[in-house]
Ligand binder design. Structure first.
Ligand code: NAD
Length: 436
């Protein structure tokens, strides 16, 4: 089947490559000329585990193409996937200008029946808006389907090839059949393809992300309470997580969630609810608490030092989570901003995200390729992202390198018993501080 994917970012590139992997011929379209040029030269502009191998294979087999031309990209496509950005607008609502702008251009280019699939995260009612925009420009038959994407950055290829479920929002039997064929190779092991109406499908995505963001935030509030009450959030997590109604996942406390999805989706859902005169109170609380949680350790740091002016703070981790180079809404950057505001000198390390951060901060901070070099003469280490290489470091080497043996751990990477044995003063989230 010939497929066009419009928007070749994290979602578009991964999904396009994975559709090609199952035998489809896929053309990915993007307006970013530099990005398309790189892709045409065989260079992948993002870091995503496992992508390179299938990307190279499908390019070689001539099943995966890239272009900046929408007309060229959608020529003969039976399915057109929209994987376009839906960033927050000024009022928090998802900005639909990219999705609706492309929908407008698609109409006059349609030659025969086509299914236009929305993979972007969009508010309820967007499928109807897309349908209207397209029908303004064509008399050719088409269907608009909602197919929200649930992949996790860092595990995107695995998630896409073996999804826990695929949601298809459509009431057209013809479109449903095509979608079923497209996803048959990905759902062979019995993971469900769930059909529903478009509005429910659009809301499912927001509901899932808002629920996960709430779960994380709830645990962060418990952690903050633990510190005031002398309890240990790690033990509470274990106690709570053994209840199968609660589950073990998404119970880790830390310096809040970031990324391109949770913050914007919680905000957009709250705004959508507000628009239909529903006060979704819990979502406002989630956003408030998460905003404060992201920079929670800065207060501890200021208290510890008195003033941060002139202190050298090393930061481990810049991406919003491990295994990605994505720094959008990363808690780490919020901390860096606070440190700079307080007059600290900031040294940073990250295994994949240094280049992206350089584009934002240029010479305001100092960049290190090695996780130990960044510690040289540092007054403190702030751990902002739980990359695996930070989990079991050479503590003796760290003790020798740092000017002051002081760790602020925003991801609770180390056990308190182990930290008692070392020379570090150790602050973490929802647990006792170890002072030396
Ligand atoms: P992204 O910013 O990484 O990629 C979007 C791409 O669209 C960019 O390359 C941009 O140049 C391109 N683009 C913009 N306007 C265009 C146009 N007119 N024509 C062609 N290309 C155009 O975004 P993303 O992270 O891939 O997210 C896309 C959508 O998927 C969003 O709605 C997001 O909420 C949703 N989503 C993202 C994830 C994730 O983990 N990143 C997961 C699930 C869902």
């Amino acid at each position: 089947m010939k497929i066009a994917v419009i928007g070749t970012g994290y979602v578009g590139l991964v999904s396009g490559t994975c559709y090609a992997e199952t035998g489809n011929t896929v053309t990915c379209v993007d307006i970013d000329e530099k990005k398309v040029k790189k892709l045409q030269q065989g260079e992948i502009p993002i870091f995503e585990r496992g992508l390179e191998e299938i990307f190279e294979r499908n390019v070689k087999q001539e099943r995966l193409f890239f272009t900046t031309s929408l007309a060229e990209g959608i020529k003969d496509a039976k399915i057109i996937m929209l994987a376009l950005p839906t960033p927050p607008g000024g009022d928090g609502a998802a900005d639909l200008k990219y999705v609706l702008g492309v929908a407008e251009q698609i109409g006059p280019l349609l030659k025969e029946y086509t299914v236009i699939v929305n993979k972007s995260t969009v508010p309820v009612g967007t499928a109807e808006l897309v349908r209207k925009k397209i029908s303004n420009g064509t008399t050719v038959e088409f269907d608009v389907v909602s197919n929200p994407e649930f992949l996790r950055e860092g595990l995107a290829v695995e998630d896409f090839l073996k999804p826990e479920r695929v949601i298809i929002g459509t009431q057209s039997a013809r479109a449903a059949k095509l979608m079923e064929n497209l996803y048959a190779p990905f759902t062979r092991q019995g993971n469900p393809l769930i059909f529903m109406d478009e509005r429910s499908s659009e809301l499912t995505k927001y509901a899932a992300n808002a629920f996960l963001a709430t779960k994380i935030t709830f645990m962060n509030e418990i952690a903050n309470l633990c510190e005031k009450m002398g309890a240990d959030v790690d033990l509470i997590r274990k106690g709570m997580g053994s209840d199968s109604r609660i589950g073990k996942r998404f119970l880790f406390s830390g310096i809040g969630f970031g990324g391109s999805c949770f913050p914007k989706d919680v905000q957009a859902l709250a705004k959508s609810a507000h628009d239909v005169q529903y006060d979704f109170a819990i979502l406002n609380a989630v956003m408030n608490v998460n905003g404060k949680q992201k920079i929670r350790l800065i207060a501890d740091m200021k208290k510890h030092f008195g003033s941060l002016k002139g202190k050298t703070i090393a930061v481990w981790g810049l991406s919003f989570k491990p295994h990605t180079d994505d720094i959008r809404e990363s808690s780490s950057l919020y901390n860096i901003d606070e440190l700079l505001k307080a007059g600290a000198v900031v040294h940073v390390h990250d295994p994949e995200a240094l280049d992206n951060v350089k584009k934002l901060y240029s010479n305001k901070i100092n960049y290190f390729e090695n996780q130990y070099d960044v510690l040289n003469q540092a007054d403190a280490l702030l751990i902002a992202t739980e990359w695996p290489e930070y989990r079991n470091p050479d503590f003796e080497r760290m003790q020798k390198l740092m000017a002051d043996k002081l760790i602020f751990d925003g991801r609770n990477l180390y056990g308190l018993n182990a930290m008692h044995e070392l020379e570090f003063t150790y602050y973490s989230i929802g647990r006792k501080t170890i002072k030396k």
